[in-house]
Design a protein around this ligand. Sequence first.
Ligand code: NAG
Ligand code: NAG
Length: 188
Amino acid sequence: MQIFATVATFALAACGVAASPTPSWGNWGNSGNPNCVSRSYIEGLIAQEIVFLQHKNVTAAVAAGNAIFDANIAEYGDSINSLRGAPLGTQVEFNATSYIAETTSTPPIPQIDTLSLTVDCNQYVWQWRFYGIGPGPNPYIQGITLGKINAAGKIYYQYVEFNSLAWAENSGYKVTPPTSGPYAAPSA
Ligand SMILES: *[C@@H]1O[C@H](CO)[C@@H](O)[C@H](O)[C@H]1NC(C)=O
Ligand SMILES: *[C@@H]1O[C@H](CO)[C@@H](O)[C@H](O)[C@H]1NC(C)=O
């Protein structure tokens, strides 16, 4: 897992405004707020989420999903709505039961890499790269997940956005640009 310097910078800024009389290195993990979860806790959730999303082993994937998701997890994201043909703004998932069942019934994902992770108290932005979606032609699909964690330490909200045009191409959609008009692709 690659961790970028911007995250440390963010934690530093958060400590700066906390105005604690006894600044502690230990507080850097949770922005100095005991009501915030630590970065390492969120890293653990994401490691489990990768097992879930890849679902190379469905038994392990279901267990991981049940471990990290609140039963009433809500997922949103218009990249998925566009791929599904659903109106923009439609809620994508309403509970862990159907989210886990839908995900583990799709083809497994060979590799998921973390590109960056930014943590802010009980929410985070995880930037990821999926390899091996569909037959191609794109080698990878890249996107972000905004996640939120409840008091029980479970993920109860996800907002997912990614390159759905590349995902569509990889899963067999034919994507052709207009040949005329103001949005026409420039001629080669
Ligand atoms: C799949 O995961 C389960 C649960 O962790 C484990 O018991 C099982 O051995 C795994 N199967 C394989 C083929 O690795
Ligand atoms: C979970 O959500 C689906 C819709 O995505 C719904 O059909 C199903 O009834 C829900 N299940 C539970 C247990 O709430």
